[in-house]
Every structure is written in structure tokens, then in C-alpha cells.
Write a protein that binds this ligand. Sequence first.
Ligand code: ADP
Ligand code: ASP
Ligand code: MG
Length: 413
Amino acid sequence: MGVVVQKYGGTSVGSVEKIQNVARKIAGRYRETNRIVVVVSAMSGETDKLLKLAREMSKKPDPRELDVMVSTGEQVSVSLLAMALKDLGVPARSLLAHQIGIFTDNAFTRARIQTIELDMLKKVLENGEVAVVAGFQGMTDDKDITTLGRGGSDTSAVALAAVLKADVCEIYTDVDGVYTCDPNICENARRIDKISYDEMLELASLGAKVLQTRSVEFGKKYNVPILVKSSFTDEGGTLTTMEDEDMEKEVVSGITYDRNEARITLLGLQDRPGIAATVFTALAEENINVDMIIQNSSADGKSADLSFTVAKGDYEKANEILKKKACELGARDVVGDTSIAKLSIVGVGMRSHAGVAARMFEALSRVGINIIMISTSEIKISCAIDQKYLELGVRVLHETFEMDAPLTAEAGS
Ligand code: ADP
Ligand code: ASP
Ligand code: MG
């Protein structure tokens, strides 16, 4: 029988009682198979607490030292879960990334997994012990500790499932699956039974934090289906897997939003080759990622306005860089706006259905929402809008694309 790989997120191990609940679930599974690898996140709130502490110590904490510290949250939760399992009579062993040999590049705070050694894990499994692995962390070839970015335990789990050739990677969290929209925000959200890797990738990268984007990339690359389930009930679940014909029937599968972007506009730029390259090279050199981009040339072709969005955390820095460059670029002014939000619809059905963008824009206009920027891919459309209309936008799009959960007899009566 294959190896079972499960991951429990911070909210599922947020207290002693919750860890005991998880231990009971694992013990139940252990009665069916003793080849179990469990990846665990830090107890909820712990990573935030550690990051806050670092910021109290230093305005710009050194990334290497930050990773040494922030990875400790998972060290606590794996040991607690292993203790709880042993108390239930289930042999278990906590394992940190460096003990297993989860190697990453050296991009501290957002490292990428490169290889995973299997010797230690195999030994633990052959002993009949549950391997309780600290998520989120890795190590470089130089034995430095790294972390995989916020939400990175999902990626640890899917990567382990890939190397262990598990049939599926089970992700246990505080919701019973992936919904058409964040169920904690949108009360009519409907659970999706099955979703393609590409759709899940878009949803995750556009703001649905239920799975870390990189975990879905791993799943897609190594064809590991990812099953999102609740750690508190046995009902429900969403399987992220390869696209099939059924998935195309839905025009739009999900809606996401992101409040974490800000817009910068360079006004009156010279309209000549090399200007955009100069702007975005200057930002890339400072590791600033750019998302939506719009450029408009004037009718006489002499000048252009260039707008783009960056993460809010990078806004001040990006502004500063571009204000310094404004003269060289011939820009009349650099202006910004931090009150925008990005609202997106995602669905593989867009490939085969025409007029989806028009329906989205019409729905937003019906409730008076102005679209500030637009960006598209084959399976998504994103609009930047004023942040204060975000909830309204989510609601109207959910309705327009008929994603509301069907009324139950009770709710309808
Ligand atoms: P964990 O601690 O288990 O890793 P996360 O907080 O990272 O859990 O992810 C689960 C949360 O993701 C949910 O509580 C929910 O608010 C949020 N979420 C955002 N978008 C979606 C969505 N489309 N479907 C389900 N959950 C979503
Ligand atoms: N503990 C880390 C975080 O809060 C990793 C994770 O939860 O997946 O981002
Ligand atoms: Mg998470």
C-alpha cells in the first residue's frame, strides 16, 4: 500500500485540544495503514507573532536570521503532535527539514524546494512510526535554514507526496474544501467538488489562500492530486486534479480578491523604445514584483502614461525608486493610489465561452463600480476597482455567474 501524506494547517493545530483532535484522526488512519507522513504548520497566529517580534528588533530584519526564527513555530507543533500521538499509543517521530534533508535554494523567506532525501523518511516509515514533519522549512546546501513563504506548509506536503509517490496529498484545514469564493466572506459560496490545477493556480495566486500557489504548481508538475478537507468534519472535500470535460461546463468556477495591491502611474513618459524596460528593470533590481500593467500612448505618439500595480508592502519603495528616475524617463509626474483592490473571476470554461468579460464588466457597471485597470489570461479576468466597493463587486459577480449555493428547503421556506 502507498504512503499517505496529510497536512494540518495552523488553525487545525491551534490549541492543545485541536492537536489532540488531529492525533485522534491520525490514530484512526493508522489502524488502516502504518505508512503515514503528516506535515504540520505552526499553531495559528504563531508565525505572525514571531514576525512581529523580529520587526520590533529590527526595522529590516536580516532574512537569514528571520528564517532561523520563524521556522521555530513548526518545531513546536511537530513535537506536540508527536507527543499526542504517542500518548494514544501510536508510534511517531517529529522531524525537522534538516533532519530529513529537504533542500532548497537560498532565497531566504521565499525559498524553493529543490530536492528531498528519502533515506530518513523511509527508515521512520519502515519502523512503523508516523513521520511528523515540520512544514514551511527547508535547508540550503550550506546548512542554512530557509522558509518557503507564507502558507508554505502546503508546498512541503505536496512536494513530499510527489517524492513519496503518494496517490493523493490530503490538506486538512478549517474549511471543508475550496469554494467559489472565500466562504468566510461570501455567505452564498458553494463548495467545488473538483477543480483543475490551472484554475486552482489562478485562484491561489489571485488571493485564495486556501492553498499556497507553489503547492499547486508542484501538484501539477508531478501530477499529485490535492484533496482539501476539513480537519473538523468528514464531510465535503475538493479535489484539485487534471482538467476533465466536466470542468469546462462551468464558465466561471471561482471569484477571488486581493486588497494587497497599490497602483503607481508615471505620467507623460517619453514614448520611445526602452522606457518600459528602464522602469521595470529598476523595480526588478530591487526585487519588486509588478502585477497589472497598462500603457496608453497620446494621440500624437510623443508621450505615454504607464500604470501598474505592486504589492502594498513594496509601494513606498517603488515610488521612491521611480521618483528618482522620473527625470531620466522624462516623466511629468509619478502618482499613486493605495485604495484599490483586485477582483478576479477564474474558469477553464472561459476558453470555450464567448462574452465572459462583457458580462463581468456589465455586472460591475450595473452597480456603479468603475473599473480602473483590467488584466486577463486564458482562464481569468481581473479588474482593479476602488477598494470600498469590493464586497459589492464580489456579490454581484457571484450572482451574475450563477455561483450561489442552491437554497435548501429550510433556507428557502
Ligand atoms: P491553514 O491554516 O489550514 O493553512 P489557511 O488560513 O491558510 O488555513 O487557509 C484556509 C482559509 O482560506 C479559509 O479559512 C478561508 O477563509 C480562506 N479562503 C480564501 N479563499 C477561499 C476559497 N475560495 N475556498 C476556501 N477557502 C478560502
Ligand atoms: N506557518 C507558516 C505560515 O503561517 C506556514 C504555513 O502555515 O503553511 O505562513
Ligand atoms: Mg495555509
